[in-house]
Design a protein around this ligand. Sequence first.
Ligand SMILES: Nc1ncnc2c1ncn2[C@@H]1O[C@H](COP(=O)(O)OP(=O)(O)OP(=O)(O)O)[C@@H](O)[C@H]1O
Length: 249
Amino acid sequence: MITVHGLRKRFRGTVALDGMTFAVRPGQVTGFVGPNGAGKSTTMRVILGLDRADAGDALIDGHPYRGLRDPLRHVGSLLDAAALQPGRTARNHLLWLAHSQGLTARRVDEVLDQAGLRAVARRRAGGFSLGMRQRLGIAAALLGDPPALLLDEPFNGMDPEGIVWMRRLLRALAAEGRAVLVSSHLMSELQETADHVVVVGRGKVIADAPVAHLLATAPGARRATLEDVYLALTRDEVEFRAVDPARAR
Ligand SMILES: Nc1ncnc2c1ncn2[C@@H]1O[C@H](COP(=O)(O)OP(=O)(O)OP(=O)(O)O)[C@@H](O)[C@H]1O
């Protein structure tokens, strides 16, 4: 389980996190949604120890990321699929990560298979499409067989087959009992994939509820989609940002 409590973070004049508090429970896919600049990536970076919060805490199974030994065994992450050494082959990229964490080459081949990358494992990652980079990022996230996963926009750049693959993979990972946090702007994908949704705006939580609950309690519930609910919840934020571009990203 991942818990964040009262996270605050300011970048010079910008408040990125303003008391962000929620939990990512095992056995579920939790969607993490909100307008551009709402603080999703910053929250994930704080959980992963890449940014330091000014206040509050972010814990993975009760421990801060920096306190974890062999962190890839506790939490896997996909933050920026473009962040890899272009000259390395997919397999070498994973081998390098695996060695840093005491993981085996056999495990590398397993995750290459799981991510559907076996045929291109010896190609240079620099030549990969965004969809293939996302798959490589997923392979890296799965390397340590972690009970928790943080995935920032994993559907980005995926072709239709890739989207279906990703959806099934996320469901399967949750069914194995993992805690899976997925940020996305694609409400239709999350409606199909997520059990639970955390909606954020301006650095804090606006709604934190099961998808079924959000759909059932929405106005015009019978035909409401997650997109309708999201737009209704974030409308004030959107109007605010439209009239005050200085605060928008
Ligand atoms: N390194 C940084 N320096 C300055 N400001 C930053 C930095 N990182 C994030 N911010 C600001 O913090 C706020 C939150 O950004 P963040 O990237 O976490 O939002 P997000 O919800 O992930 O947005 P998006 O949907 O566009 O990915 C934004 O106003 C952003 O401009």
